[in-house]
Design a protein around this ligand. Structure first.
Ligand code: KIV
Length: 260
């Protein structure tokens, strides 16, 4: 099994019963704030397509988008590892995955995230053998949203649960340093977490995971038009932001006209 420093670090966190706290960031100021607050991992998620670029889902995000935002996040981050999503269509073969990963690493990422299980094990192996840390992603796969027709909880049927268990073991074996479990039924997510040596990082998958990840905008209420049910907003930054803008507008409009 290929190893790298993130692999040892994240296995170590799990071995010592620690939890992994992870968040997304897409730009310099939020990355810097999140890093200085002490987060364990920053993901430059392709969710940027929705919460920053205004697309309906992640499928329009390009490698050029990820490279640009990875650079901004890396410039704001001193401590946490920066992991960048490889967007849809940029890791169709192991060699394409390697080329795409090298591009985001050149922009400042420490590793990459790929969506999928056994079918991308060769891609994960190629990356980790090239010493590129990989965060795997199982369960609901946002890049498959159009095929699947919505965000559906995963692992309800016996066959789906069995496939998820197999995929989790396979991505670990291929060298992933951790695995995101997105909206997997909590009992199954707990079960998978107990069988792996690498940490599971859950999103909408219950408290039995070895850590949690959220989209920053959901955590701080910066995308008030939609927030998944499982994401608890700890503040509502949209409100003071709108208030400040309204106050600025009225202060400008109500200034006495200049007299000649
Ligand atoms: O793109 C993203 O933000 C993600 C997280 C939701 C895990 O993949």
């Amino acid at each position: 099994m290929p190893t790298n420093s993130l692999n040892a670090q994240f296995r170590g966190i799990k071995k010592s019963d620690g939890k992994v706290a992870a968040l997304t960031a897409y730009d310099y100021p939020t990355a810097r704030l999140v890093d200085e607050a002490g987060i364990d991992l920053i993901l430059v998620g392709d969710s940027l397509g929705m919460v920053v670029l205004g697309y309906p889902d992640t499928t329009s995000v390009t490698l050029a988008d990820m490279i640009r935002h990875t650079g901004a996040v890396a410039r704001g981050t001193k401590k946490a590892p920066v992991i960048t999503d490889l967007p849809i269509g940029t890791y169709q073969t192991p060699s394409q995955a390697l080329a795409s990963a090298r591009d985001v690493l050149a922009a400042g990422a420490d590793g990459v995230k790929l969506e999928g299980g056994a079918e991308i094990a060769p891609h994960i192996r190629a990356l980790t053998q090239a010493n590129i840390p990989v965060l795997a992603h199982l369960g609901m796969l946002p890049q498959k949203i159009r095929e699947e027709g919505g965000y559906k909880i995963k692992g309800r049927s016996a066959s789906e649960a069995q496939a998820l268990r197999r995929d989790a073991a396979t991505v670990q074996q291929a060298g992933a340093f951790a695995v995101v479990l997105e909206i997997v039924i909590p009992e199954l997510a707990r079960d998978i977490s107990q069988t792996l040596d690498i940490p599971t990082i859950g999103i909408g998958s219950g408290e039995g995971c070895d850590g949690q990840i959220l989209v920053l905008h959901d955590l701080v209420g910066l995308y008030p038009w939609f927030r998944p049910k499982f994401a608890i907003a700890r503040t509502n930054l949209a409100t003071p932001l709108s208030k400040a803008v309204r106050e600025f507008i009225s202060s400008v409009k109500n200034t006495e006209p200049n007299t000649p």
